[in-house]
Design a protein around this ligand. Structure first.
Ligand code: IPD
Ligand code: CA
Ligand code: CA
Length: 256
């Protein structure tokens, strides 16, 4: 399954790379700042076709509707283009993300960044890798020395839910905050030790399925904002190197 996920992610990533700079038809989904293009849809089709060919009985959850419900104990969770806003502006931070669950537990995860040609892979119990080399979370143990990463939901204009307040809380307590525009890449950067902690609310399963496993396999910790263990269906995610987890939880608990 890991190899199938890798093949699908690379194939779709190649298509994203070829579609760079092409004129796009942009539609909007949940709000006027939530775009989708024909490239998102075609990339999902590429992935779903590959999965169906190898695992015709497995359940598939794809962001762009490529969903197939079965009785299977396996579920593939796909974001064919994570970072669509970036993509539509030619801002080169976006990726393909594919996670696989067996009986509700994440067992494989692949994220492919076609711009940097970076392939992140993980299988439960077997470690996390970047282009085949093992990766580990960072050793940073204080918030004030940490780079944090976050993202904002598409309904932020109508449903702010303390998103900005939490951002300010962290800004005042960390070394720096980054907003990359692709939650799957954000999580990979925590797994690879490039950042120390990530939080986001109103997140979707396809944004985090692969990334959660990558962080766990790279030695990090993933919970909700109250410290409870989570899977791909959690709308709130806190993912860290483990060492700054409690410090981040303390700040998040102020605005539950
Ligand atoms: C979005 C990105 C963004 C995050 C949003 C996601 P999309 O995914 O991951 O970084 O802040 O919550 O919806 O729409 O580009 O696939
Ligand atoms: Ca996404
Ligand atoms: Ca997407």
């Amino acid at each position: 399954m890991l190899q199938t996920a890798i093949n699908a992610a690379i194939e779709a990533g190649r298509y994203l790379r070829e579609s760079r700079g092409k004129s796009l038809t942009i539609e909007h989904k949940s709000s006027s700042i939530d775009p989708v293009t024909e490239v998102d849809k075609e990339a999902e089709k590429i992935i779903v076709d590959i999965i169906k060919k190898h695992y015709p009985d497995h359940t598939i959850l794809g962001e762009e509707g490529g969903t197939k419900d079965t009785e299977s104990e396996y579920r593939w969770i796909i974001d064919p283009l994570d970072g669509t806003v970036n993509f539509t502006h030619g801002f080169p931070i976006y990726c393909v993300s594919i996670g696989v669950e067996y009986m509700d537990t994440l067992v494989a995860g692949v994220v492919y960044d076609p711009n940097l040609d970076e392939l992140y892979t993980a299988e439960r119990g077997k470690g996390a890798f970047l282009n085949g080399n093992p990766i580990r979370v960072s050793e940073t143990d204080s918030l004030i020395q940490s780079i944090l990463i976050t993202g904002f939901p598409y309904d932020i204009h109508d449903n702010p839910d303390n998103t900005v307040e939490r951002f300010v809380d962290f800004l005042m307590n960390a070394q720096a905050i980054r907003r990359l525009g692709s939650a799957a890449i954000d999580l990979c950067y925590i797994a690879a030790g490039r950042g120390d902690g990530f939080w986001e609310a109103f997140i979707q399963p396809w944004d985090i399925a692969a990334g959660i496993l990558l962080i766990e396999e790279a030695g990090g910790k993933v919970t909700d904002f109250e410290g409870n263990p989570i899977g791909a269906d959690s709308p709130r995610v806190l993912a860290t190197n483990g060492k700054i987890h409690d410090a981040m939880l303390e700040i998040l608990r102020k605005r539950l």
